[in-house]
Ligand binder design. Structure first.
Ligand code: G3H
Ligand code: ZN
Length: 287
């Protein structure tokens, strides 16, 4: 059964580790992530961007697929199904479809509007036993059509949003979606420390988890990050493994063109990436 992410992230914050959010795109992605979480005995959050939701033919299809897999794969670790960077309308659709968690990304609105919309959603998720993530500041780069300037969050604005009763908060701290450029200055731990100081026990979220060096990940967890989002790194691993399979001509040998064979190396590569992240984030054996 799907669970909200509230309890798993409270536990993570208290235990000084982070739970990974891994974005899904299709059946292979979902199955690979769920199996890895079970093998690692780790809680996990499945992220669904609005674009990926459309690609998978809608949120109801996603809910059906995930619930079916939880049962058929005998998944017993805590799993949350979470809308990633949702619009207000997208959030309402996911509440209706049966997600267990949503992110409202109001970071591109003036703070008053972000506050007003977040406040509405706090009420709605409470009625449904779901969890809510909000965002302040912005994540640089682009993810599935969501473009951010990358400015660091104002800690006072973070407190305003935290005080509304959200379950966890994403604050822009110099993090970027996609690959980090060679001249990236690194995470702003000054901003993170100031946000943590004002928001206390609230679990903080680090987006743009692809390619952040391990020492910065560990420092971010020490400073209150309890959820780390990873998307691009699984995509790169999948693409690389699939390319190698095709370049080696394996799709031409025997029944190698069978999609169940063709997509298998990519799925294995996702599993390896997710396992590596769970080990780095410290969530192994924390189910
Ligand atoms: O919301 C999802 C993430 O922030 C993923 O970022 O693609 O850079 O790993 P990433
Ligand atoms: Zn993100």
């Amino acid at each position: 059964m799907l669970v909200s992410a509230t309890e798993m992230l409270k536990k993570a914050k208290a235990g000084h580790y982070a739970v990974g959010q891994f974005n899904i795109n299709n059946l292979e992605w979902t199955k690979a992530i769920l199996q890895t979480a079970q093998e690692c005995n780790s809680p996990v959050i499945l992220g669904v961007s609005e674009g990926a939701g459309k690609y998978m033919t809608g949120y109801k299809t996603v809910v059906g697929m995930v619930n079916g897999m939880l049962e058929e794969l005998n998944i017993t670790v805590p799993v949350a199904l979470h809308l990633d960077h949702g619009s207000y309308e997208g959030c309402l659709k996911c509440v209706e479809a049966g997600f267990s968690s949503i992110m409202f990304d109001g970071s591109h609105y003036p703070i008053e509007e972000n506050v007003a919309k977040t406040k509405e959603l706090v009420k709605i998720v409470a009625e449904h036993g779901m969890s809510l993530e909000a965002e302040v500041g912005s994540i640089g780069g682009e993810e599935d059509g969501v473009i951010g300037a990358g400015e660091c969050a104002d800690p006072k604005e973070c407190k305003m949003i935290a005080d509304l009763g959200v379950d966890f908060l994403a604050a822009g701290i110099g993090n970027i979606h996609g690959k980090y450029p060679a001249n990236w200055k690194g995470l702003s731990f000054e901003t993170l420390a100031a946000v943590q100081e004002l928001t206390g026990e609230l679990p903080l979220v680090l987006h743009g988890g692809t390619g952040i060096p391990a020492d910065q990940i560990k420092k971010a967890i020490d400073l209150g990050v309890s959820k780390i989002n990873v998307n691009t790194e699984c995509q790169l691993a999948f693409a690389d493994a699939t390319r190698k399979y095709i370049e080696a001509g394996k799709d031409l040998e025997g029944k190698g063109f069978d999609p169940r064979k063709l997509l298998a190396p990519g799925a294995e590569a996702i599993k390896a990436t997710v396992k590596e992240k769970m080990e780095l984030f410290g969530s192994v054996n924390k189910a």
